[in-house]
Design a protein around this ligand. Structure first.
Ligand code: AOF
Ligand code: ZN
Length: 360
């Protein structure tokens, strides 16, 4: 049997309360328990790694009598593993729940399989209700599960002739205010913002996400990669979040460490050496190129060596959007040939941006 009206409404609510939980190592998950008549008995949500899962949070609010024959509506397939907490599939079986409706399969090799376990115990299990909305909610987390690393956006601003700075290194400002405001909105949608030490020394960026002069309520963690020392009076040291410093150039190692910290989206902001290194390593899921109608000439190119020596090796991109921003133009692009949903392209970029807007 497909979902009833009460179950559909419960799923919509479960997706809302899931957002109360933090983005991080674990997915945001919501659960609602309904009586056999379809009345809401309890709700629960997951508050982050190490805390009870959404189903268990909801179950804990009810007596055994209330639970017998109830329906559990959950945004993610109830887990089947004993991790930091016990398996939710077993908790639902033990509670005597008659029916479970969930939105998305758990992609985890270890955590998945809850459906089979519950069905074997006689529970009526229905999958896929509002799966698209659930996917949109935890798309970043799913990307991390799939790639084993955070989603990576490589951003740069360039002159029409492909330069990132004038010959003397000065680069403020190539693009206009609309393009810069767009960068700040996209920074706010990321969990971390990454620069090389060269950019810290040349530009002294604050690496905050700002709306005019005001700090955006969601700030990405500032990350500095490279061997050189960040000066004690560098602006990045005054960022509201403590910066992470990675000496050296082990990009895979940096991404793995960021993943382990629960970071799901990173924004690579420069300069050309770092952007080129991420592109050369095939570690860019999204490219944002802001192009300004100005000519700079000279040697300061937006990108250096990305491992392309002949035209056959050119990195072809698919442009999802050409976006005019004042006098400038933004290309929102991704590598051609990347698996369709590894690039975070399942959601329009604007949805990522709006997700963190107003989030604390
Ligand atoms: C659920 N309900 O609310 C969540 C689930 O090691 P643990 O115990 O923190 O488990 C984390 C894994 O459990 C996580 O990677 C994901 O597969 C699943 N998350 N499952 O049934 C929940 N948050
Ligand atoms: Zn669980």
């Amino acid at each position: 049997m497909t979902a009833t009206a009460a179950e559909r409404a419960a799923m919509t609510h479960a997706l809302e309360i899931a957002r109360r939980g933090p983005r991080g190592l674990n997915p945001q998950v919501g659960a609602v328990i309904l009586s056999p008549a379809g009345d809401v008995l309890a709700e629960g949500w997951h508050r982050g790694a190490g805390t009870p899962h959404a189903e268990v949070d909801a179950l804990s609010k009810l007596t055994p009598d209330q639970l017998r024959g109830a329906t559990a509506v959950v945004t993610l397939e109830p887990c089947n593993h004993t991790g930091r907490t016990g398996p939710c599939a077993q908790a639902l079986i033990d509670a005597g729940v008659a029916r479970v409706l969930y939105a998305l399969d758990d992609p985890g090799a270890v955590s998945g399989g809850g459906t089979e376990r519950m069905r074997a115990a006689g529970i009526d299990v229905v999958a896929g209700e509002q799966a698209a909305s659930a996917h949109a909610l935890i798309d970043d987390w799913l990307t991390v599960q799939r790639l084993g690393r955070p989603h990576v956006t490589v951003k740069w601003a360039q002159s029409l002739d492909g330069r990132a700075a004038a010959a003397d290194g000065s680069s403020q400002w190539i693009t206009g205010p609309e393009a810069r405001a767009d960068v700040h909105r996209r920074r706010a949608a990321a969990d971390a913002i990454v620069v090389g030490t060269g950019t810290v020394l040349a530009d002294d960026p604050a690496l905050t996400a700002r709306d005019g002069a005001a700090l955006h309520p969601h700030q990405p963690v500032p990350v500095v990669i490279g061997a050189r020392e960040t000066p004690s009076d560098a602006a990045v040291r005054r960022h509201p979040l403590a910066p992470l410093f990675y000496p050296g150039h082990d990009l895979d190692g940096v991404l793995a460490d960021l993943r382990d910290r629960g970071i799901q989206r990173v924004f690579i902001e420069g300069g050309p050496t770092l952007a080129s290194a991420f592109l050369a390593a095939g570690l860019a899921d999204e490219v944002l190129a802001y192009v300004a109608p100005v000519l700079l000439g000279g040697p300061k190119l937006a990108l250096g060596d990305i491992g392309v020596t002949t035209i056959d090796e050119a990195r072809r991109l698919i442009v999802d959007r050409w976006l005019p921003l004042g006098a400038d133009l933004l290309a929102v692009a991704r590598p051609a040939g990347a698996a369709e949903d590894t690039a975070g392209s399942t959601l329009p970029a604007d949805e990522y941006i709006s997700r963190n807007e107003g989030a604390a």
